[in-house]
Ligand binder design. Structure first.
Ligand SMILES: Nc1nc2c(ncn2[C@@H]2O[C@H](COP(=O)(O)OP(=O)(O)OP(=O)(O)O)[C@@H](O)[C@H]2O)c(=O)[nH]1
Length: 271
């Protein structure tokens, strides 16, 4: 008698991931060239099967400081992704490599470009990609308990990382930037929750990542959140000291972010 065991691909993957997860090793997935990071991150964060066994620790992007500017400055038509810009925008850690091939002054251009796109990522300069393993492993880029130590915002500012509008007014403005907001006061949790979901809905795929620390009116605990595209996670954070100021810090990374509207939206949630 013949038994035909029909296993779906999903079940094979389930079994493979189960055994691989038992090894308890960090996995590094290298993506070369023009890989789009968003679908990969989405798979790790939202795919039921993959997220059962594998936790995304962080995205590390290597930027060649000698040759990357051309790619980063390339203006793409509407709805066409600039993969190089997205790779920087989604990164938790950025290795600015080949620094021996440029002068200190020349290094300023890619460094500025990167921080304009992504105001959250930690940047390290390197020769031949040599950095401490701690920099690329145990990143915790998606851990809520790391949000407070990761969100360092330096005031209300938006860094535009797109092209010069006057030179390229024929094309769609696909500027990717970081918007950092710091505002004092206590927020209404329901209001801020509604507002964040409204931002996600309105911006759609143009919103890449966000993180924040919120002070709420009915609690001494801060509230931390982090989101990737349409997913949003949040939980209570550290308790506010009795004399501590109620401060809210948020960082958004995305395309065509409207800083004024974001600030106004957040202010509307203050009690
Ligand atoms: N001088 C110098 N050369 C480097 C450095 N890093 C890599 N290279 C050299 O650059 C050449 C190309 O290496 P990479 O840019 O790392 O190649 P790659 O990763 O395949 O390139 P991509 O897929 O485009 O990222 C090789 O000959 C490397 O030895 C560096 O920091 N300094």
């Amino acid at each position: 008698m013949h038994f035909t065991l029909r296993l779906s691909f999903g079940l094979y993957l389930d079994i493979a991931l189960f055994f691989l997860s038992k090894l308890d090793y960090p996995w590094l997935f290298p993506f070369t060239g023009l890989a789009k990071p968003a679908p990969v991150i989405e798979t790790f964060c939202t795919d039921e099967l993959v997220s059962k066994y594998v936790k995304l620790d962080g995205v590390v992007t290597l930027v060649d400081c000698k040759h990357s500017m051309q790619r980063l400055n390339e203006v793409k038509p509407r709805f066409v992704v600039n993969e190089a810009v997205e790779q920087v925008a989604y990164a938790d850690r950025i290795i600015l490599s080949k620094i021996d091939l440029v002068t200190e002054v020349e290094l300023e251009t890619p460094r500025k470009k990167i921080t304009d796109i992504n105001g959250m990522a930690h940047i390290k300069e390197a020769k031949f990609g040599a950095v401490d393993l701690d920099f690329v492993l145990g990143v915790g880029g998606y851990d809520l308990d790391r949000v407070e130590s990761e969100v360092h915002v330096d005031g209300n500012q938006q860094h535009k990382a797109g092209h010069d509008h006057h030179k390229h007014d024929h094309s769609y403005d696909s500027a990717v930037s970081s918007v950092s907001i710091v505002c004092e006061g206590a927020l209404d949790l329901e209001e801020v929750d509604d507002w964040l979901y409204r931002v996600i809905e309105e911006k759609g795929e143009d919103l890449y990542r966000m993180k924040g620390i919120l002070s709420l009116n009915d609690s001494d605990e801060r509230y931390v959140f982090q989101g990737v595209q349409s997913t949003l996670d949040g939980c209570p954070g550290k308790t506010c000291g009795p004399d501590e100021k109620r401060v809210n810090k948020l960082v958004f990374i995305g395309r065509n972010l409207d800083e004024t509207a974001l600030k106004k939206g957040l202010k509307g949630c203050l009690v």
